[in-house]
Write a new protein. Structure first.
Length: 344
C-alpha cells in the first residue's frame, strides 16, 4: 500500500481562554506517542460580527469618538452645541405629534416628555425604568423627534452615497417590531419613509435562493416577517416594482425552483450572479429610498449591506439590558452624533 505520512498541523491560539485544557488532557498531549482529535467548529455569524466590531474600536477613535468613549467608560461631552439644541427644540415643539401618544389624543407623561427633550439635546442618553412604564413608547416618540428635528436628508435617487437617517435597534426582532407597530399607528404614517431590515436567516425562509436545495418550512411566529410589515421589508422591496433589478431576481428564483424540483443544483456562476444581483438591488433600494428611519436588530446593524449603505445620524437601542456589551457595540459604532440606550 501507500506509505503513511505524518502530518504536522500548527494551531495558533489567539487567546488564553481558547488554550485552556484539563490537567488530564495536558498530560496526554505532552506524551509524544499519544494522538488526539481536533474538531474545528465555525464561529456563528453573530459572534463573528461582535468580534470584528470589538476589534474595530481601536481604529474608530478619530471617525467616531462617541462609540469608543461609551465602550471604554470615558467621560463624554454630552451636550450638543447651544445653537443646535435650540433649533432641534424649536422644530419638535412645532409638531404636536412628538408628544402625543399615537393614535390617541393623549400627551406623554412628564417623565416621558422630559426624556425626549433631554435626549435630543445630548449626544448620549440613558432611559431606564421597570417593565410597563412606557419606555418603548418614549423610544418611539424620541425616534420621531429625531426625524422631525434632523436638518435634512440625502435626496432620493443618488445611489453613489450612503443615506443618513435614524436607526432603531434591539436585541431581538420582537423588540424592534413592537416599536414599528407603534409607528404604524402614526397619523402621518404615509409621509414617513420606513425601512425594516431582517436577518438573512428570516429572509431565507421566504426566499431560500440557490444555496438551498428545497423550500424551507414556514417560519415560526416569532421569527417571521409580519404581514403588516411586509411593505417596509428590504427583502420585499428588492422584489417589487420599486427596484429595477426585481425582474432579474424573480427570473433567477424561478429557475432555482425548477432546479429544486429536478433535484439539481445551480452552478457556481449562477449562485455568484444571484448573490451579486441581490447585493446591487439592496444597495439601490437602501440608497435611493431617502428613508427617515431604519429598523433592525443590533447584530444586523453590522452586516455588510447596512455598514456599506447607511450612516445613521442617531441610534436608539431598545431593551439594551437584554443584550451583552459586545452586541450593543456592533450597532452603536455606526452612529456618530447620538446614542440612546433604553432598558430596565
Amino acid at each position: 500500500g501507500k506509505e503513511r505520512l505524518n502530518t504536522i498541523v500548527h494551531m495558533k491560539i489567539i487567546s488564553k481562554e481558547a488554550a485552556r485544557v484539563s490537567s488530564f488532557m495536558k498530560a496526554h498531549l505532552e506524551n509524544v506517542k499519544s494522538t488526539c482529535e481536533i474538531q474545528i467548529i465555525p464561529l456563528d455569524l453573530p459572534y463573528r460580527r461582535m468580534y470584528r466590531s470589538l476589534l474595530s474600536l481601536r481604529y474608530i477613535a478619530t471617525n467616531n469618538p462617541l462609540c469608543q468613549q461609551i465602550a471604554l467608560g470615558k467621560a463624554i461631552n454630552k451636550k450638543i452645541s447651544a445653537h443646535s439644541a435650540r433649533k432641534r427644540t424649536t422644530l419638535i415643539k412645532q409638531d404636536r405629534l412628538v408628544f402625543t401618544v399615537w393614535p390617541k389624543d393623549q400627551c406623554l407623561n412628564d417623565k416621558q416628555h422630559k426624556s425626549v427633550l433631554t435626549a435630543v439635546r445630548n449626544k448620549f442618553q440613558l432611559i431606564q425604568g421597570p417593565p410597563g412604564t412606557g419606555k418603548s413608547v418614549t423610544g418611539a416618540h424620541l425616534a420621531y423627534a429625531f426625524i422631525v428635528s434632523n436638518p435634512s436628508y440625502k435626496s432620493g435617487g443618488d445611489i453613489s452615497t450612503k443615506i443618513n437617517c435614524v436607526m432603531y435597534c434591539g436585541p431581538s426582532n420582537k423588540s424592534v417590531d413592537v416599536v414599528l407597530d407603534m409607528f404604524l399607528k402614526h397619523p402621518n404614517i404615509k409621509d414617513l419613509r420606513i425601512l425594516r431590515i431582517y436577518s438573512k436567516s428570516i429572509e431565507n425562509k421566504y426566499h431560500p435562493g440557490p444555496h438551498s436545495s428545497k423550500v424551507l418550512a414556514k417560519p415560526s411566529s416569532d421569527q417571521e416577517c409580519s404581514k403588516d410589515h411586509k411593505e417596509f421589508a428590504l427583502h420585499v422591496k428588492i422584489r417589487s416594482k420599486d427596484c429595477s433589478l426585481s425582474p432579474e431576481i424573480l427570473k433567477m428564483e424561478e429557475g432555482f425552483k425548477r432546479y429544486s424540483k429536478e433535484n439539481k443544483l445551480p452552478s457556481p456562476l449562477e449562485r455568484r450572479a444571484y448573490s451579486d444581483t441581490i447585493k446591487n438591488a439592496q444597495r439601490e433600494i437602501i440608497r435611493t429610498g431617502n428613508y427617515h428611519i431604519v429598523f433592525c436588530t443590533c447584530n444586523e446593524a453590522s452586516s455588510v449591506r447596512v455598514v456599506d449603505n447607511i450612516e445613521p445620524i442617531q441610534l436608539i437601542i431598545d431593551e439594551a439590558a437584554m443584550e451583552n456589551e459586545p452586541e450593543s457595540k456592533v450597532a452603536d459604532k455606526l452612529a456618530s452624533e447620538h446614542v440612546t440606550l433604553i432598558g430596565d
